[in-house]
Write a protein that binds this ligand. Structure first.
Ligand code: VGL
Ligand code: ZN
Length: 207
């Protein structure tokens, strides 16, 4: 028996054009993801959910600016603009996203001492969000991933899913990336393919 789930990653206001950490044309993923949802019995979401004192914010490191890389509790950490602060409008899901279809939302990035790109664990694998157990309890063996951003949280979620043994496909037109360095999205796609992640368009998933 094959049970498939859709994992919607970080489709939140602060990653949309006009937000502090925009992925170009990120708003275009909303209708794509809404169209994908009915094709899945189980839809879950990840939500970037930082305390205001989070160590990934450049503003919390005097003299540093977004894009700088520091050591955060033993891990290299790229510094970001303040984004997705808990309970703020920027952390809310994007307008028009069909959030009623989310069976559960897994919040991440809540520990100020470690960033958390993937929906399964933080970047040091110190803490688990519960997503893996939730999927296994529902008999899921294959996941489809869409959302923001292709080169960070989508990539990390897909690679972690592979390492946990899920068949994993990224729905590329349902994702947008930030490209901090030119070519980051293309490199992310190559890295995911090399790890055995499938890359598809929504039309093929739905077709
Ligand atoms: C993300 C940078 C910082 C993402 C989250 O959702 O890809 N990127 N926090
Ligand atoms: Zn974040």
């Amino acid at each position: 028996m094959m049970m498939r789930a859709l994992v919607v990653v970080d489709v939140q206001n602060d990653f949309l054009p006009g937000g502090p950490l925009p992925a170009p044309a990120a708003d275009e993923v909303v209708p794509v993801i809404n169209r994908l949802m009915p094709a899945f019995v189980l839809v879950v979401a990840a939500q970037d959910w930082h305390p205001r004192d989070h160590g990934s914010f450049a503003a919390n490191h005097p003299g540093r600016k977004p894009g700088d890389v520091i050591d955060l509790d033993g891990l290299p950490q790229i510094l970001w603009p303040v984004h997705c602060v808990q309970e703020t409008p920027g952390a809310a899901f994007a307008p028009g996203l069909n959030v009623q279809r989310f069976e559960r939302v897994f919040r991440k990035g809540t520990n100020p001492r470690v960033d958390s790109y993937g929906a399964f664990f933080d970047n040091g694998r110190r803490q688990d969000t519960g997503l893996c157990d939730f999927l296994r309890q529902h008999g899921v063996d294959q996941i489809f991933v869409a959302g923001l951003t292709t080169d960070y949280c989508v990539k990390c979620t897909a690679l972690d899913a592979r390492s946990l043994g899920f068949r994993t496909t990224v729905v590329l037109d349902g994702c947008r990336g930030v490209n901090v360095q030119p070519g980051d999205v293309d490199r992310a796609i190559k890295e995911m393919k090399a790890a055995g992640v499938g890359i598809m368009d929504s039309a093929a998933v739905l077709g």
